[in-house]
Design a protein around this ligand. Structure first.
Ligand SMILES: [Fe+2]
Length: 446
């Protein structure tokens, strides 16, 4: 049996394809429809919450399980799924256990997985990273020679020009926000405490060629609620909403804050400098968790433009179709982008956590979009862009990600032509079993 038992009372995040899978598998030489491009030599890997005991109080809290497919020589060499063997997993701790809150090694390690400086890191925003091998076995927890004194976000930004990894950590107790940089060798070379009015949930951030950008938005933590055993996180009408723009490697005295209309952003698409302006394209939620953690407003592509010369702020909606999991080509992170890839709603489908979806490629220069529809019962997750070569154009390559089909209760790794996303896939790797809905992943080229 690969699925935890389900009843009518099973919450949505433990039902259907949100339900965990219970075994770790290794399957070799997978069946493929189409032709895997020979330029693709590496590992596609995605992280997914997968509670080991089949229980839990929220989708976000499940133990991290990574699902990877190795591509080489035009073949899908293997599929592997592995738990990230963290202190939390091995001790069977609940995410709300005070031991998990206080111990930076007790990560769920369930949110993202990235490659940097020859290491593969499984990330979750409240704790330290865990390093994995290329075959997804856990090597151990990283604390950067004891220098890292805050959590490590699940959404660091790798500068494509310098190979530095810019990141931050937030805390429910002071310091509420710390900015960090790993150099190209993976050494922690900069840490600066940034003053904010209180503890917020800061899920992601942005860089430009010149800046680190922090989103201080009104989803706040309330320690007193936590002490009373209530859900300690939610929307706060009194907190306000500010974006902090800091020169790279800057300190608190260097930051400039700009007020924006209150909203929440889990995921930006990208940011870049345009003359005196900083342009941020983000997935904007009108609010988040206003009454309870079941209140989840959809997100829409939105542009903030901050003029560092005049101090002005402009806001502009870019689309009226909701989306999740925005990504750009990793080579333009912090630089001007033309294309963005998102998981969108299927036209005519009721939005919701169990809705069928499409993958959409935005062209923000033209103000247009094109979508790939996988069918009425298909649910794609995040897709990542992979260039054909290091110097290929921003649409010359492929977009890939896992797609679950409710009709067959199975998952594929689907590879789309980035220049023609609506066309039939270039290749479909048929996986030996379903991959539960999850969060973020990466293509790690050899
Ligand atoms: Fe995320």
């Amino acid at each position: 049996m690969s699925t935890a038992s389900q009843t009518e009372d099973t919450p949505w995040f433990l039902s259907g394809n949100y339900a965990p899978v219970m075994d770790e598998r290794t399957d070799l030489d997978l069946r493929v429809t189409g032709q895997i491009p020979r330029e693709l030599r590496g590992l596609y890997v995605r992280n997914t919450p997968n509670p080991k005991d089949g229980k839990g109080s929220h989708w976000f809290f499940g133990d991290g399980m990574v699902h990877g497919v190795r591509l080489e020589d035009g073949k899908a060499a293997w599929y592997r799924n592995r738990y990230v063997k963290t202190v939390k997993l091995e001790r069977g701790l609940d995410a709300m256990d005070p031991a998990v809150m206080m111990d930076r090694t007790a990560s769920a390690a369930n949110t993202h997985i990235i490659g940097h400086a020859g290491k593969i890191l499984a990330l979750e925003e409240g704790h330290f990273p865990y390093e994995l091998t290329g075959e997804l076995e856990t090597k151990g927890c990283l604390d950067y020679e004891g220098k890292l004194q805050s959590a490590f976000t699940a959404h660091p930004k790798l500068c494509p020009e310098t190979n530095e990894l810019h990141f931050f950590g937030y805390g429910q107790l002071p310091p509420y926000l710390v900015y960090h940089v790993l150099d190209t060798n993976g050494a922690l070379v900069h840490s600066a405490e940034i003053e904010v009015p209180g503890p917020t949930m800061m899920h992601d951030f942005m860089i430009t060629r010149d800046h680190a950008i922090f989103m201080d938005l009104p989803v706040t933590f309330d320690i007193e609620k936590a002490m009373r055993g209530e859900v300690p996180i939610g929307w706060d009408d009194d907190y306000g909403a500010r974006i902090g723009i800091l020169p790279r490697f800057g300190n608190n005295e260097d930051i400039r804050w700009f007020e924006v209309n209150p909203c929440y952003v889990f995921h930006p698409l990208n940011a870049f400098v345009d003359g005196s302006k900083v342009v941020c394209d983000v997935g904007r939620h009108e609010s988040m968790w206003r009454g309870s953690m079941d209140d989840f407003e959809p997100s829409y592509l939105h542009r903030w433009t901050f003029d560092l010369a005049s101090g002005s702020v402009q806001e502009e909606p870019l689309d009226d179709v909701s989306h999740g999991f925005p990504r750009v080509d990793d080579r333009v992170v912090g630089l001007k982008h033309r294309y963005g890839w998102v998981a969108g709603s299927r036209p005519g489908a009721e939005p919701g956590m169990d809705a069928p979806g499409v993958i959409t490629r935005y062209d923000v220069e033209k103000g247009s979009s094109e979508s790939h529809d996988f069918g009425a019962t298909a649910q794609p997750g995040e897709f990542v862009f992979v260039p054909r070569s290091e110097t290929a154009a921003e649409d010359d390559g492929w977009a890939m990600g896992y797609v679950y089909d409710k009709a067959t209760n199975s998952s594929d790794l689907v590879i789309l032509d980035a220049a023609n996303p609506a066309a039939d896939p270039v290749a479909v790797v048929h996986l030996p079993r379903r991959v539960p809905h999850g969060f973020h992943g990466s293509w790690i080229q050899d």
